[in-house]
Design a protein around this ligand. Structure first.
Ligand code: GLU
Length: 494
């Protein structure tokens, strides 16, 4: 007889944001780690919109989340847009499922109807920290009333919630793939509300029901959800379901320490929403690369990875449990690295956008690509070309005073003039010729080449640092070079 092959359960990871605002950068890291893990394992990424909190619902948040994922190239396999066999993928469209399970928990004695009022809860809080073990029998709920009365009150549509009956004296344990063993005493857990008075489920119930119903194998989410996990474990036990593997990602700290929150980010000038990074012109691949390293490392010296490359190397084993510090300088560095990886025409397109924004006359395509090739290893952002390297398109209108003091010597005017004259007369305006002429002139005047190189650079760019001088001169072209050299002599020799 032919034995049926054992099919290990497929890896299914979900990203489960609440549409209470635009996707923030920490949320994108969660999505990214889930995506990378799923891809590496040949699994699926599910997008589930957890929109049960109607009071905090933001209408265009879902769209923003979808756009942000697309911008970064994180393809979703199932979700509100893609559909899939486990849908619908918005919790607001799955309400009846949650009520069914909450009622089954009441029937099995794991949950109860509670007719709390805000006042009765406030009163309780005066004497006890929690509504739960030890206090539930003092309250107005189905544990303290006959089932007949409870039925009548429910039929009369009296406002109520359904609460989880947290067991006494239990140690709830789970293994976190990143944090290791976690143990929590059940006494520290409130009798959680499962269904609110508006009939909507709370996060805990909906999350567990959906993770089970959507056959989620791995829950990968931020560290702040650790306190929720024991509550979820209880629900899995009570519903007789196998919990998924859980992995809580390390906290993201702001550069000055403390959790990176909307407020702390604002205070430190850190963009918080993914859409801000997009608007600021960051490369999506750089944002992805930066976020990947915010808690994970490949175990080698290599740092620059595109999304596809990350998919090949990512593993949860290499996610650390220590908090990760957000560093905008590091993101800028990654941005420069990814600009370098672009094809020159693509880089030129990005640069052109900023040139136009800065009102710099648009050079022709060929020239712009030449400039891009010249400066790309020195860029952190495409806008640098329009700013730091503005001299590639416009004559410098000032000369760095420190540079002038250091580099413009008594003989500079004569040497620069001499070089300008040579540039006018040479046939080929190429790098070897430009260099030979300069060295020849230096020899003729019995000075080192630096004595000409520095003032020439200052004259053509206004600064003392930049890309290879002879390449720069070639890109600027003969007329521009000669004009700038003579201008500088006029201005600096006064
Ligand atoms: N809806 C939760 C959030 O806003 C999801 C947490 C989880 O992944 O379980 O992040």
């Amino acid at each position: 007889m032919c034995k049926q092959a054992f099919n290990p359960p497929a890896v299914r990871v979900r990203f489960a944001p609440s549409p209470t605002g635009y996707l923030h950068i920490g949320g994108l890291r969660t999505a990214l780690y889930g995506y990378l893990f799923a891809r590496r394992q040949g699994g699926s990424l599910v997008l589930r919109i957890e929109d049960t909190d109607r009071t905090r619902f933001v209408a265009d948040a879902e769209n923003d989340i979808v756009q942000a994922l697309q911008w970064c190239g994180l393809e979703v396999d199932e979700g509100p847009e893609q559909g899939g066999r486990y849908g619908p993928y918005r919790q607001s469209e799955r309400q009846s499922l949650y009520v069914k399970y909450a009622e089954s928990l009441v029937a099995s004695g794991h949950a109860y109807y509670a007719f709390d009022t805000p006042d009765s809860i406030a009163e309780l809080r005066k004497t006890s920290a929690a509504y739960g073990i030890g206090t539930r029998l003092q309250m107005d709920n189905s544990l303290t009333q006959s089932s007949e009365i409870v039925r009548q009150r429910l039929d009369a549509k009296e406002s109520h919630v359904i609460r989880l009956c947290v067991p006494e004296h239990e140690i709830i344990r789970f293994h976190d793939r990143i944090k290791g063993e976690v143990k929590v005493a059940s006494e520290s857990i409130d009798d959680q509300v499962l269904i609110k008075s508006d009939g909507m489920p709370t996060y805990h119930l909906a999350n567990v029901v959906d993770d089970h119903h959507m056959a989620i194998s791995h829950v990968i989410r931020g560290d702040e959800w650790i306190p929720s996990t024991p509550k979820h474990i209880l629900l899995y036990q009570m519903l007789g379901w196998q919990p998924p593997v859980v992995a809580h990602l390390p906290l993201i700290l702001s550069p000055t320490g403390g959790k990176l929150s909307k407020r702390s980010a604002e205070r430190q000038g850190i963009p918080i929403n993914v859409r801000d990074y997009r608007a600021l012109g960051y490369e999506p691949q750089a944002v992805v690369n930066f976020l990947a390293f915010l808690g994970w490392n490949p175990g080698s010296e290599e740092e620059v990875f595109g999304l596809k490359e990350l998919e090949q190397v990512f593993s949860l084993e290499r996610v650390g449990s220590a908090p990760a510090q957000f560093d905008l300088n590091k993101l800028n560095w990654f941005n420069g690295q990814h600009l370098r990886r672009l094809e020159i025409p693509a880089l030129a397109d990005r640069v052109r956008f900023y040139l136009e924004k800065e009102g710099i006359q648009r050079p022709d395509h060929h020239d712009l690509e030449e400039v891009c090739l010249l400066v790309r290893d020195r860029l952190e952002h495409a806008k640098d070309v329009a700013r730091r390297f503005r001299y590639c398109f416009a004559d410098p209108d000032e000369f760095d005073p420190g540079g002038v003091k250091k580099r413009w010597k008594a003989d500079s005017a004569e040497l620069v003039q001499g070089y300008a004259a040579r540039l006018e007369s040479i046939k080929a305006f190429d790098e070897p010729t430009l260099e030979t002429q300069l060295r020849d002139l230096a020899a003729q005047h019995e000075v080192g080449a630096g004595r000409i190189i520095h003032p020439v650079r200052l004259a053509v760019s206004g600064t003392t640092a930049g890309p290879s001088l002879f390449a720069l001169l070639r890109v600027l072209g003969r007329d521009t070079c000669v004009r700038r050299l003579r201008n500088a002599v006029r201005i600096l020799s006064k």
